[in-house]
Design a protein around this ligand. Structure first.
Ligand code: F6R
Length: 644
């Protein structure tokens, strides 16, 4: 559907039965993009079009702007258009949606700083046209500021276009659950989930401000046009609620449905829970194929709680699957086919690759054992020449207390290693410098290079101990230490040629027959996604130079600590005995800096990484068993592909 049609489409108010006859359950136009970058580009183009229209009319354009990880791509595209296509933003007036309170405007987490670094410092919007709520207002001044902010929007001519992200609490701006459709700019107390999600930016939930100043839902709804953007799997559940639930105060993004010119732009990962994507057969007639039929049969089996081989035709008819029985008249045969297909995907060690050259790419120094510890062990036992490549140094996730502990260890062991004299001079000075820095460090402050390096080595040493459990050693690892990660902050630099080159050179050196890649579309900070795209680029360059295309490596995708492949997607199930799972857990234990309490556990999952790995592998085993497949103790899941 062309963009214009989508934006002007009248909103229908589908009832449950209408929705079932329709093709979707969404109550607001939703555009799904395969590539998040295209999404950003489309939004940037929409802004550029409006800017140019207003220029021609001699008018200003008033924008409402968000911060956070989602809009960064839009700002990057606008900056590029300004530089390369002479996009003139001198007629733009901006009002930011929100700011934490209290916060210093030059602190790393301040939205003032965010906007300057990501956008305003690189374009020609006049400083007097920029409005952001200040984070340092005295409590008594907040109310009058908010009234003034509203007045300033009116004086500027009213908001033309507001870009929005969506928090996992369902907020737009910082309108947390409970914010009604008539709320105006005001101070608000942040929701628990919002503070947990912000915890990594602030290096600890305890450092996240409790309040914010935000435009109200009513303020936002008065804009002429609204675009809500969301990317990544972690946004999928809340996005489904925002688009499919009736407007309600629990998910304030649902109020966008009340607007006649609002649309949601999402990538395929964020669309994953929409009914039309997750269970399309519920909302429309499908052109069935074997892949879809398999998905539907697995879904049906789970839904009715019967093993696949016990399903009856009546089960299909009672659960929206009439058309499937039409396309596959013998549902018995269909069930047998799906069952067999799954059964053949269970691969025992004897049938797994052996004596091959393998690279395991691990975004952080622990994803390898957390996500594929069982596989890693079998690769080694099958005498594959296995190299584990840790892509980033993981230093951001190490607590300062761990650095202090290792400093103490160095000092105390100096005499054991005959370093005493040295320790009092060079080593001793460094130790004191680091200690002094850590003592004066503010929460969230960037570590010195020296401290970042110490933290990286803490993780490297742990990574080697972990793979020793699998029979590998220090000669089997590479620490790629990719530059994009080394900002010292949670927010990373974009992937550059330097990152891609490092990966490509490793591929050229090892010429692997198999590579293992973390195939998530989202982890809390996007590092997995960035590592994935660096490998994708490097692999394409590497393959394009291969004389014999048959030497293209097979890619095995595994998921990070945050999720597992769906059963229908999985190509290879690796069954594990209790001893296998115990060994894997022992390897995860070696990552001591991430144990007991991880710096970035992700919001609302209090389990440790080893517990998540254990639960996830056991859940996969149980899910297979419930479908009628053999009962294993635990199972790891992989998707294989020749291309990324
Ligand atoms: C920030 C804002 C918030 C964010 C939302 C999503 O200015 O208004 O509503 O848009 O919390 O944040 P990210 O994009 O970081 O997931």
């Amino acid at each position: 559907m062309p963009l214009k049609t989508v934006l002007t489409r009248a909103l229908s108010e589908p009832s449950e039965s209408d929705a079932l006859e329709g093709t979707q359950r969404e109550r607001i136009p939703v555009l799904i993009f395969d590539d998040p970058d295209l999404l950003s580009k489309q939004v940037a183009r929409r802004i550029a079009t409006l800017v140019n229209q207003r220029h021609r009319a001699g008018e200003t354009l008033v924008l409402g702007l968000p911060t956070g990880s989602t809009p960064i791509g839009v700002y990057q595209h606008l900056v590029a258009m300004h530089r390369e296509e002479a996009l003139d933003l001198s007629n733009v007036v901006t009002f930011n949606l929100d700011e934490y309170h209290p916060i210093d405007s030059d602190s790393f987490q301040s939205y003032w700083r965010f906007m300057a670094e990501n956008f305003f410092d690189h374009v020609n919007i006049a400083p007097e046209n920029i409005h952001i709520p200040p984070g340092n207002l005295e409590p008594g001044d907040i109310e009058s500021f908010c009234l003034g902010y509203e007045d300033a929007m009116v004086e500027a001519g009213g908001l033309d276009l507001v870009l929005l992200g969506i928090g996992r609490s369902g907020h737009i701006g910082f309108n947390e659950p409970g914010s009604g459709p008539n709320t105006r700019t005001r101070a608000i107390t942040l929701d628990e989930i919002t503070r947990k999600d912000a915890a990594s930016d602030f290096f600890g939930e305890e450092n996240v401000p409790r309040q914010a100043i935000t435009m109200g839902v009513g303020t936002i709804l008065e804009a002429k046009e609204l675009i809500l953007m969301a990317t990544g799997e972690h946004k999928a559940p809340i996005l489904q609620r925002a688009a499919e639930e009736e407007p309600n105060v629990e998910v304030t993004a649902t109020y966008l449905q009340l607007h006649s010119n609002a649309a949601i732009y999402i990538d395929t990962a964020a669309a994953g829970e929409l009914t039309r994507i997750k269970t399309p057969w519920v909302v429309r007639q499908l052109d069935w194929n074997d892949e879809l039929a398999k998905r539907a049969v697995i879904w049906l089996s789970e839904r009715v709680g019967k093993a696949i081989m016990r399903l009856e035709q009546a089960d299909f008819h009672r659960h929206y699957l009439h058309s499937l029985t039409y396309a596959y008249p013998s549902t018995d045969n269909l069930c047998k086919k799906v069952f067999e297909n799954l059964r053949q995907k269970i691969v025992y060690q004897e049938a797994l690759i052996s004596n091959n050259r393998v690279i395991v790419f691990s975004p952080h120094p622990d994803d390898d054992v957390i996500s594929m510890g069982g596989m890693l062990n079998q690769l080694v036992e099958n005498k594959n020449d296995t190299t584990v490549a840790y892509m980033t140094n993981g230093s951001v996730a190490v607590f300062d207390a761990d650095v202090r502990r290792y400093l103490r260890f160095m000092e105390m062991t100096g005499s054991v290693f005959g370093l005493k004299e040295d320790a009092e001079t060079t080593v001793g000075d460094s130790v004191e410098n680091i200690r002094a820095f850590l003592e004066s460090k503010n929460p969230g402050e960037i570590d010195t290079d020296q401290v970042q390096k110490v933290k990286a080595y803490i993780r490297y040493a742990e990574a080697i101990s972990a793979i020793e459990v699998m029979g590998l050693g220090k000669d089997d690892v590479r620490f790629l230490d990719m530059p994009f990660y080394k900002t010292g902050r949670v927010r990373k630099d974009p992937i550059s040629e330097a990152d891609v080159m490092i990966v490509r050179e490793l591929l050229e050196e090892i010429q692997p027959e198999h590579i293992f890649v973390a195939g998530d579309l989202s982890d809390p900070h996007g590092t997995h996604r960035m590592c994935y795209s660096a490998i994708e680029m490097a692999l394409n360059e590497y393959v394009s130079k291969l004389k014999d295309p048959k030497r293209r490596p097979l890619v095995w995708l595994y998921r990070g600590a945050w999720q597992e492949w769906e059963i229908y997607q999985t190509n290879v199930f690796i069954p594990m005995f209790k001893t296998d799972l115990d060994r894997k857990i022992e390897a995860i234990f070696k990552h001591e800096s991430q144990k007991d309490r991880a710096m970035f556990p992700g919001a609302y999952d209090t389990r440790e990484f080893w517990e998540r790995a254990r639960d996830r592998n056991r859940e996969t085993a149980e899910a297979l068993n419930a479908l009628g497949l053999p009962e294993f103790y635990a199972v790891e899941a992989f998707v294989t592909t020749t291309e990324l």
